[in-house]
Structure formats: structure tokens, C-alpha cells
Design a protein around this ligand. Structure first.
Ligand code: 13P
Length: 252
């Protein structure tokens, strides 16, 4: 069965010094917690140092993006083998900020995903509708397209180890989280599609986490639904005690 996963996406926050300081305190705060997978995603410069600071702990490290080529003349890019070597175990793909600001598409997310898997990284694939799409009644159609195209060519076996993150764009950084019913509807729909496309067993094992203004005081109602397997947390993952508190609440 799936155990909840809580991932903190630090976005473009924290120097190496601040990131390591957080990691050292955080590992102590969560060391006794079982029945939850915990992940922190620092910015690229801090990935290695944070992985070292979390060595032999119950907290894993994610990168926030990856490029699909292994190496070459791609100035500014970072490859999956580099991230794995630096100590990352997960990589966030297709975050809405990358889709909106940096041109990520379902097709590029798909290439990144296959590169990540080839290097043993676990993808956390983000999908989610804009407010205009929700208001137009297009939410489930948008999610279908994002999931199908982002996961093109993935096997059922590969899917079973992956994480999907449902992050409605209108809920990210706005303080306006989806209601538990809205999250549940999207998650249940996505899992039903995964059953159709990848088989029942793989769909049951794949994690689907919710993201968008998750805080210690709303994680419980959001994450208690059977199809909501934890959260991808932005702002509330930046403060060490608050984030540890949030992780604790999901298994309380
Ligand atoms: P907030 O939790 O700050 O809304 O960000 C969510 C998010 O984008 C996580 O990837």
C-alpha cells in the first residue's frame, strides 16, 4: 500500500549555508517519524550539500528540474546523471512555474522524465489547471492531456514508482488551497485514468500528491482522502519547525 509522501519544494530560496542549516535541524525533528516518505527539493547549488547533510536519515533530496541530455554543449543545463551523482533521488518535472515562465511543455516534460528514469531518479510530475480552465469546466480534460502526454512511453512498472503532483495553478502561492472535495475529485479522476492506461496494480502503487497552499492547518483535511497520497509543499516548507510539524500532521 502507498504511504504518504511529503515533499518540500523550496523553489528559488536558500543559499547553500541556509539549506544545510535547515537540513541538519530538520533531520533531527523528523527522525522518529515512520510511515511517511519525506523529500526536500533545494535549488541546484545546494543539492549536493543537502544530500550530504541528510545522509543516513529518513529524508531524501529532489532536484527541481533536469535536462534530458546526459552531457554536452547545453549551457546552463543540468543532467540526470549529474543530479544522481550529487545525491538526488527525486526530480520535480513540469512544475507550473516552469511551464509558464520557462517554456516547459508536456513533450519536454516527457523527455526529461525518461532521462530521469534512466538515471534512477524518481520523477515527481506536476499537472494542474489554470483558473480560466477550471472556470470553463475544462479541468479534467486538461489533466487528461497533461498526464497522458507527460507519461508517454512509460511502462506500468515504471509508473508504479512515480509520483504525480496535482497542483491547480490558481492554488499555488495564493493562500487559496483547493477544497478537499476539489482535490479528491481530481485525484480520483487521475487514478482512474492511470488504471485505464497502465493497469490496476501500477495505478494503485503510483503516488498522487496535492500541491497548492498546503499548510500545517489544512494538510489533514486535504490528505485524508484515499486518493490523496500526501503533498508537494512550497512556502510552508521553508521554515524548519513548521515543515516538520506539517509532516507530523499527515501521519497523526
Ligand atoms: P505553495 O505551497 O507555496 O502554494 O506552492 C506550491 C507549489 O508550487 C509546490 O510545488
Amino acid at each position: 500500500m502507498r504511504i504518504p509522501l511529503i515533499a518540500g519544494n523550496w523553489k528559488m530560496h536558500k543559499t547553500v549555508h541556509d539549506a544545510v542549516f535547515f537540513a541538519k535541524e530538520f533531520r533531527g525533528l523528523v527522525k522518529d517519524l515512520t510511515g511517511v516518505d519525506i523529500v526536500i527539493a533545494p535549488a541546484f547549488p545546494a543539492v549536493h550539500a543537502v544530500a550530504e547533510a541528510l545522509r543516513a536519515s529518513n529524508v531524501a533530496v529532489a532536484a527541481q528540474d533536469v535536462y534530458w541530455e546526459r552531457e554536452g554543449a547545453f549551457t546552463g543545463e543540468v543532467s540526470a546523471p549529474m543530479l544522481a551523482d550529487a545525491g538526488a533521488e527525486y526530480v520535480i518535472l513540469g512544475h507550473s512555474e516552469r511551464r509558464t515562465l520557462f517554456g516547459d511543455t508536456n513533450a519536454t516534460v516527457n523527455r526529461k522524465l525518461h532521462a530521469a528514469v534512466a538515471s534512477g531518479l524518481t520523477p515527481i510530475v506536476c499537472v494542474g489547471e489554470t483558473l480560466a480552465q477550471r472556470d470553463a469546466g475544462e479541468t479534467l480534460v486538461v489533466l487528461d492531456r497533461q498526464v497522458k502526454e507527460s507519461l508517454d512511453g512509460v511502462t506500468g512498472e515504471q509508473l508504479s514508482t512515480m509520483v504525480l503532483a496535482y497542483e491547480p495553478v490558481w492554488a499555488i502561492g495564493t493562500g487559496r488551497n483547493a477544497t478537499p472535495d476539489q482535490a479528491a475529485e481530481a485525484h480520483t479522476h487521475i487514478r482512474q485514468r492511470l488504471r485505464q492506461w497502465f493497469g490496476i496494480d501500477s495505478a494503485e502503487q503510483c503516488h498522487i500528491v496535492y500541491g497548492g497552499s498546503v499548510k500545517p492547518d489544512n494538510i489533514r483535511p486535504l490528505a485524508t482522502h484515499i486518493d490523496v497520497d500526501g503533498a508537494l509543499v512550497g512556502g510552508a516548507s521553508l521554515e524548519v519547525r513548521g515543515f516538520a510539524d506539517l509532516v507530523r500532521k499527515v501521519i497523526a
